[in-house]
Design a protein around this ligand. Structure first.
Ligand code: GLC
Length: 747
């Protein structure tokens, strides 16, 4: 990097010139500092991920050997000879910084940053990555890939979230490398325990350093910077049934009706690629889906929403509207000589829209009228890595001015962006449900995500949970995995077990590949169907808690499914391979995934007090407990002091409940609070004040539960509250839990 030649403030940026490069330092908040190192003549300031601007004021102190930038939380010490960046807490504890010897290197087009590795340093995050919760000793590549039939060790997968959290010596920090070229992260894999490094094949060494001293604080800052999810449509939080593919309108309707006949709650059913005419996006197969509107009306009559898949590839076929328009307007990717790039996907030879162009995004968004006019409200964006058979779109393919190496990792994000913007506009104040497979940092603003083509095995079930937990550390909350496994056929035991985990998965979707056995709940024999039904019923009863959990995600970036590392960061057991898949679902439920062939489980309960959700049994925390884990009772524990609002059983989110909000409170030593949140679950009126928010507070010392005054203008769906108290010795006997008691009053 050379030595610093001069430094000055220009428009709120500290600009540092060395002999070979320019470094710019910007303060985004007291806990967020950006460093961007470029070649001298580059002016980088475009980001697809970041939605905030730096603060206007930055000052620095110039010393003989260093320059210092201070905020109330971070001290950044910049070495002059050679240029190095080192971050400290305000009181001088080292957080993270450049390796003394190597620092940042601009090597040809490549940008690299070599960083000091602290003894016992742990690394978390990077989104959808294989390996353990603690990524120390592992290395990764970001290169969005159609990872069909991946194993639990494959890398890369579908998404690029170049954001990680480091922990050492009682301090923590976050680092977001805002670069969507092919990138690399090494957490001390083969570096002699001396350094870690990250870098990319192109672009700038542009990173944001986060200095908040809790993981929750870092997540709040990261999602402030890159955005948070919107409130999802309530129906998308119910049970979703998918398959590649239900082949006809009759089959779709038959499956939906069967849910109602079998009294298994559900809200969404999917049409995978076969609903289209010859896999042409925005068309319907006239033979098998002759009257889409009629079909969707019938679905609506029994409270089902339809989600349809769209892939980016536009089939080459004269007379096909999207093809003709895309050609006429020059919306597709080309080679440098202007010829169109052709790749093959489901539809055969296809062209690929340039979603990096606003006009193309609008055109794409408007095309959804072909689906929304028939009544579709959910839009599944697939194959957007982008996939093309052979999986190696050449680097000379251009999307506008950008070449493939720069496009790939952000293509899915831009497609989801176009889908969300377009469907939001057409649906006119109704919330669309958007789901995407590929993503870049910040995609949480536009879409839910799922983890792609997993397999029907216990290993994949546990691995899927690790992915959900890790994606939660990357700004995402609305995450699903294919429950039951996409490839292969689960045993009935695995199906039942995976479904019970699905109850506690933010997006609860059952999906399977073509040629696999049918997966619907009634396919597994009566006894198993009953267990699956009970699980799904539990999901619906928990929806008030889940909805409030998503509200929390919209406000603070806290994911619904949380690795225990968020709340119990300094407890080593959390990173133990035996317990690393455990997570908190919302504030207060601890879920321990268990494979289908084991009927007891060792569970680590962190410090505090816990109750088994199903039985009310009490446990001291800070210990490993061995508990029964029969197929009909996944180990789920409630944190002492928990406040969990629930509703009566409904068959879909469109059904009326009994008007009573069941507020379960578990006894505990400390005062706790729960922010209960409601809105219509359908429109964006919540953004204009139409919501109903109340803080429920439990004060055990005074044996009191207090409701705050109502905030917002929405009329609650509940007329009454029933307070259900657990774990109080003098409570009356009720149900099988011998310390439950209830009282009822107006809400
Ligand atoms: C991809 C998707 C999968 C879908 C299939 C057919 O493999 O990941 O979910 O069912 O394509 O569209």
């Amino acid at each position: 990097m050379g030595n610093i030649e001069n430094a000055e403030i220009q428009n709120g940026t500290l600009v540092i010139n060395t002999t070979v490069a320019k470094a710019r330092v910007m303060i985004y908040s007291d806990t967020i500092i950006r460093v961007c190192i470029t070649r001298i003549d580059k002016q980088p300031d475009e980001s697809l991920a970041v939605i905030r601007d730096p603060q206007e004021n930055i000052t620095y102190q110039d010393f003989d050997d260093t320059i210092e930038v201070n905020t109330s939380a971070i001290k950044l010490v910049i070495n002059k000879k050679p240029l190095r960046f080192n971050f400290f807490t305000a009181d001088g504890k080292p957080l993270g910084g450049d390796d003394k010897r190597f620092g940042t290197a601009l090597d040809g087009d490549k940008v690299m940053n070599y960083r000091h590795l602290h003894p016992n340093e742990k690394f978390l995050g990077l989104g959808e990555k294989t390996g353990n919760l603690n990524r120390r000793g592992l290395h990764y590549v970001n290169w969005n890939t159609d990872a069909a039939v991946h194993t639990i060790n494959d890398d890369p997968l579908y998404k690029t979230i170049p954001f990680y959290i480091g922990l050492h010596s009682g301090v923590c920090y976050g680092l977001f490398f805002d670069n969507h070229h092919k990138s690399y992260f090494d957490f001390g894999a083969s570096t002699d325990e001396q350094f870690t490094w990250f870098g990319a094949d192109g672009g700038d060494m542009d990173y944001y350093f986060f200095g908040a001293q809790t993981i929750a604080g870092i997540l709040k800052d990261y999602t402030w910077l890159t955005g948070r999810m919107e409130m999802p449509p309530l129906w998308s939080l119910g049970y979703q049934q998918c398959r590649w593919s239900y082949m006809s309108a009759d089959e779709v309707l038959g499956i939906a009706h069967k849910f109602r006949e079998h009294q298994i709650p559900a809200d969404a059913i999917y049409c995978d690629i076969d609903y289209m005419d010859d896999f042409k996006i925005f068309t319907w197969n006239k033979q098998s889906f002759p009257d889409p509107k009629g079909m969707i009306d019938q679905l609506k009559a029994i409270n089902f929403k339809l989600v349809t898949i769209v892939d980016p590839g536009i089939k080459i076929e004269k007379g096909y509207k999207e093809y003709d328009e895309g050609i006429a307007k020059g919306y597709f990717a080309t080679y440098p000589n202007g010829q169109l790039y052709t790749g093959s996907v489901w539809a055969g030879r296809s062209h690929f829209p340039n979603f990096f162009n606003e006009e193309v995004r609008q055109w794409w968004g408007n095309a959804f009228a072909a689906l929304t006019d028939e009544g579709v409200e959910g839009f599944w964006n697939d194959m957007n890595e982008p996939a093309a058979w052979g999986q190696n779109i050449p680097p000379i393919v251009k999307f506008g001015d950008r070449y493939m190496p720069e496009v790939r990792n952000a293509y899915g994000m831009q497609m989801a962006r176009a889908t969300q913007a377009g469907t939001k506009k057409i649906l006119n104040n109704k919330r669309p449900f958007v789901l995407t497979r590929a993503a870049y940092a910040g995609t949480q603003r536009y879409s839910a995500i799922w983890t792609g083509d997993n397999s029907a095995s216990d290993k994949h079930m546990l691995f899927g949970q690790r992915l959900v937990n890790s994606l939660g550390l990357g700004g995402f909350s609305f995450i699903g995995v294919d429950i039951g496994g996409f490839m292969g056929n689960p045993t009935p035991e695995l199906m039942v077990r995976w479904n019970s985990l699905g109850v506690y998965t933010p997006m609860f979707r059952n999906h399977a590949a073509q040629g696999m056995s049918m997966r619907e709940p009634w396919e597994w024999g009566e006894e198993n169907e009953n267990i699956i039904r009970k699980g799904i019923e539990q999901r619906y009863k928990l929806l008030p808690y889940i909805y409030a959990g998503f509200y929390q995600s919209t406000q603070t970036g806290m994911p619904l499914s949380r690795t225990l590392a968020i709340d119990y960061t300094w407890d080593d057991n959390v990173y133990d391979e035996r317990f690393q898949n455990q997570f908190l679902f919302g504030d207060s439920l601890l879920v321990a995934p268990v494979i289908s062939t084991e009927l007891t489980a060792d569970v680590y309960l962190p410090a505090g007090e816990w109750y088994r959700f199903s039985t009310g049994e009490y446990f001291e925390g800070g210990q490993i407990v061995n508990v029964p884990a029969p197929l009909n009772d996944l180990p789920v524990f409630v944190k002492a002091g928990a406040i969990i609002p629930m509703q009566s059983l409904v068959q879909s989110t469109a059904d009326d409940n009994d008007g009573i909000l069941y507020v379960h409170v578990w006894n505990g030593a400390n005062t706790t609070e729960f922010v209960n949140y409601e809105d219509d679950g359908i429109t964006y009126n919540n953004e204009r004040g139409e919501y109903y928010k109340r803080v429920i507070r439990f004060e055990p010392q005074d044996r009191r539960v207090i409701l705050s005054a109502v905030e917002g203008r929405y009329q609650s769906k509940y007329k009454k509250i029933q307070l259900v108290i657990h774990g109080f010795e003098d409570a009356q006997n009720d149900e099988q839990d011998n310390s439950v008691s209830t009282i009822e009053f107006n809400y």
